[in-house]
Design a protein around this ligand. Structure first.
Ligand code: SF4
Ligand code: SF4
Length: 425
C-alpha cells in the first residue's frame, strides 16, 4: 500500500540537528534524506487491521480488528501532533480503513487541521454519494487497490468479486468528477504482462497508475516465492518504466531495478534510497511506530505514540531511527558498479526472505540475490498476524467465510466495524 511519493512535499523541513535559523546546508537531497528529516515525508497510518477481504499478499496480514485499536480521541490527538510537526500529508491504509465507523470523522478532522489525506481502499465504501463528497474536497486523495487488469488475475490474489468492486469505485469517482484518483497495483508474476492494460484502465477513469513492488511482508511472505516477478519480468518491468515512468507513480519501489541502467544512472523516477526511519515510517492501528510499512516486525519497532513524547519523540529521537540514519553497512554491494543506483535494494525484502541486511536484495538484477536465496537462510517468524483464519490461497482453496465469498458482505453495517459478518472483527 505504501511507498514514498507525495503530491506535496511541504514537510521537507531541515535535516535533524539543523536549526531553522541556520542557513540550509548545500548538498544533494538524497544526502539530506539519508540523515533523516524533522518530520517524515511519507507517513503511513494503518487505522485498522479489520478488512472485508483476505488478499493473499497483504503486507499487514489484515483481517480482524485489533481490540487495542486507537480510539477516535487518540487518533485526533495524533492528528494534532502531526499538525504541530507540519506533516501536511498522511497515507491512510489498513486493513480496509473505511470500515472504521469514525473513518470520515477522522478524515474531516485531519483536513481541517492542515493534514491532507490520501487513503487506500479496496473500493468497498466508495458509493456514488461518497464519491460526490470526495470530489468536493481539495485535500483528500483516493487510491484504489487493484492487482489485475482483469477479474481473473485480480481476484486470484484479492478474492472473488474484488475486481468488480474496485472498478465500481473508480466509476463512481469518475462520474462524480473526482480528479486524478490513483490505481494502486502490486506487481506480480501474474500481472507484469498487463502493464499496458493497467495504464489503459487508469486512462479510462482519468486516474493515475501507481505500481509497487511485492514485498515478502505479512502474508506476502507466504506467496512471495510463487508470485514475485521472474528475472526476465524484472527486465520487462524496468523497460516499461523507462518508457512510461513519467506518467506512473512508483515511490521507492523499484530502485533495485536501477542496476539495469547502462548509463550508470537509474533511468527511473522516484527515490533511490531506502527511506525507512529516514523519510518513511508507519503508525499501526494500536499506535506502534515502525520504520517502514513493509517492516512490521519487532526488530523495526521504534515505540508507541501513546508513550511520553508521542510520535515526535519517536521520530526524532528513538534509538532505532537514529541508528537507521547512520551510514549503513552494505556488505558486498559496496563493490558493485551499480551501488550508487541500487544501494543494495530494500531492507524489508532482505529481512523477510532471511537474507543479511548487509548484502544484495533478493531480486538483485545481477542474480546475486537468487544465489543467496538458494543457500542456507532462516526466515523470521511473523509476529503480527491479524488474518481471519486461513487467507485466500492462489486459486486452490474454496472460500469458507462470508467475507471471502462476497467482498460486499460488510456493506450493511451491523457491527462496530461496519461489517455484517461476525467472522472478521
Ligand atoms: S525497507 Fe526501505 S526500501 Fe524497503 S519498502 Fe521500506 S523504505 Fe522502502
Ligand atoms: S549486487 Fe547489490 S548493489 Fe549490485 S545490483 Fe545487486 S543488490 Fe544492487
Amino acid at each position: 500500500m505504501t511507498t514514498v511519493e507525495s503530491p506535496v512535499m511541504p514537510s521537507m523541513t531541515p535535516p535533524l540537528g539543523l536549526e531553522p535559523q541556520q542557513p540550509p546546508k548545500v548538498g544533494r537531497l538524497v544526502d539530506q534524506f539519508e540523515k533523516g528529516l524533522d518530520a517524515p515525508i511519507c507517513l503511513t497510518w494503518e487505522l485498522t487491521y479489520a478488512c472485508n477481504l483476505s488478499c493473499v499478499h497483504c503486507l499487514s496480514s489484515s483481517g480482524k480488528r485489533d481490540p487495542r485499536e486507537l480510539s477516535t480521541e487518540q487518533c485526533k490527538a495524533i492528528i494534532d501532533e502531526l499538525q504541530r510537526m507540519q506533516v501536511f500529508y498522511v497515507n491512510i491504509g489498513g486493513g480496509e480503513p473505511t470500515v472504521r465507523p469514525d473513518f470520515w470523522e477522522l478524515v474531516d478532522y485531519a483536513t481541517s487541521h492542515q493534514v491532507g489525506v490520501k487513503f487506500s481502499t479496496n473500493g468497498l465504501r466508495i458509493t456514488p454519494e461518497v464519491a460526490d463528497r470526495l470530489a468536493a474536497s481539495d485535500y483528500v486523495d483516493v487510491q484504489i487497490s487493484l492487482d489485475g487488469a482483469t477479474a481473473e488475475v485480480n481476484d486470484n490474489v484479492r478474492g472473488p468479486g474484488s475486481f468488480d468492486m474496485a472498478v465500481r469505485a473508480l466509476e463512481n469517482l469518475a462520474n462524480a468528477g473526482f480528479k486524478d484518483a490513483k490505481i494502486s497495483v502490486v506487481m506480480t508474476r501474474e500481472n507484469v504482462s498487463q502493464l499496458d492494460d493497467f495504464k489503459a484502465l487508469a486512462d479510462r477513469y482519468g486516474a493515475t497508475l501507481r505500481i509497487t513492488r511485492l514485498r515478502p511482508s505479512g502474508r506476502g511472505a507466504d506467496v512471495w516465492d510463487d508470485l514475485h516477478p521472474l528475472p526476465e519480468q524484472q527486465r520487462e518491468l524496468y523497460d516499461w518504466l523507462v518508457a512510461h515512468g513519467d506518467n506512473v507513480l512508483t515511490g521507492d519501489s523499484f530502485f533495485h531495478l536501477a542496476a539495469f541502467s547502462e548509463s550508470g544512472g537509474s533511468g527511473l523516477p522516484g527515490l533511490n534510497l531506502c527511506g525507512a526511519g529516514r523519510v518513511v515510517c508507519l503508525i499501526d492501528p494500536i499506535g506502534d511506530v515502525y520504520a517502514c510499512p513493509f517492516a512490521i516486525h519487532e526488530n523495526f519497532l521504534a515505540g508507541n505514540v501513546t508513550s511520553e513524547g508521542g510520535f515526535q519523540e519517536i521520530w526524532q529521537h528513538s534509538d532505532l531511527f537514529t541508528e537507521l540514519r547512520e551510514p549503513q553497512n552494505a556488505g558486498a554491494c559496496t563493490k558493485c558498479q551499480h551501488f550508487d543506483a541500487c544501494r543494495g535494494g530494500c531492507m524489508a525484502a532482505k529481512f523477510f526472505t532471511g537474507l543479511p541486511l548487509a548484502g544484495p536484495d533478493p531480486e538483485c538484477v545481477q542474480g546475486f540475490g537468487e544465489e543467496l536465496l538458494a543457500g542456507d537462510r532462516t526466515k523470521p517468524t511473523a509476529n503480527k498476524d491479524h488474518s481471519r483464519g486461513v487467507p485466500l490461497t492462489l486459486m486452490t482453496r474454496p472460500p469458507t467465510r462470508d467475507c471471502d465469498e462476497n467482498p460486499l458482505a460488510g456493506f450493511a453495517p451491523t457491527t462496530a466495524s461496519g461489517c455484517s459478518s461476525t467472522n472478521c472483527c
